[in-house]
Design a protein around this ligand. Sequence first.
Ligand SMILES: Nc1ncnc2c1ncn2[C@@H]1O[C@H](COP(=O)(O)OP(=O)(O)OP(=O)(O)O)[C@@H](O)[C@H]1O
Length: 299
Amino acid sequence: MTATTTAGPLSSAAHAEHVARLTPVLTAHDVSIEYEVDPPVRAVQGVSLTLHRGEILGLAGESGCGKSTLAYGLNRLLKDPAVLRSGEVTFHDADGTDTDVVALDGDALRAFRWDKVSMVFQGAMNSLNPVLSVRAQLEDVLTTHRPGLSRTERGERCAELLEMVGVDPVRLDSFAHELSGGMRQRVMIAMAMALEPQVMIMDEPTTALDVVVQRDILREIMRLRERFDFAVVFITHDLPLLLEIADRIAVMRAGEIVELDTAEQLYAAAQHEYTQTLLSSFPSLLGDFSYDDGEGAGR
Ligand SMILES: Nc1ncnc2c1ncn2[C@@H]1O[C@H](COP(=O)(O)OP(=O)(O)OP(=O)(O)O)[C@@H](O)[C@H]1O
């Protein structure tokens, strides 16, 4: 398979054909992010990436390659000493308007986050407020962003959100310490879904959980995605996991995307040496995995 570009990431003709049928929802162009420390860390370097409506785009690469920094940049969540050195990020709303994400500030930025693009952070299960019930925390998102909802509507929406992520609504009155890690993580996903965003960025959302719970939650995310058609940027260093759940995979190394292709293509014919190394470091996990066998691939 031949590469379609020389300057950008390696990708196949099959990939170009695949994306030609899709509609963009978030576009990053030439994004560079630096940590202003001594010496400066160029964490993301000239990254261009298009996320399409309803797709799961996996972002893979070893620890420290810049995955989280890029994700934070896409959602304007960078904090000191991180600085967006250059680049454009555009959100293409379902209503047809384009938003220059880099130019947003104040109320417009707050409304954009959670409403249009929400994020499930690394270790999010530990970021529930310990002294507030699940109900109070879910209601807070709704009161802030949907002030028009009545008290009854808010209550109903909170119960519905928990049901969506497979948690019994009786848990609305629980506090974080009364929930298992898996349940807390599901609550965080419910919170990220509360405003029906068009994009969800998930940074290692299940890494801290045991494999069975992790699978359950991933299945839930896939099911919700089918139902609500949001796009997901799914960040993990676990490439075999991405081969199972992602439509496309971007492989990041030292701040750059070195390869970007459909999961099938990447698995069958990775072009970049680094991708090949990543794939070969998980031989036993991949086992008899095959895209020809729909059941085996779990898709
Ligand atoms: N606050 C900071 N100050 C300085 N450098 C930082 C800071 N945060 C991250 N970095 C550096 O930026 C680079 C990218 O880090 P980042 O966390 O984005 O990588 P990652 O691929 O998400 O890694 P992980 O999978 O471990 O989260 C790394 O070299 C890291 O050391």
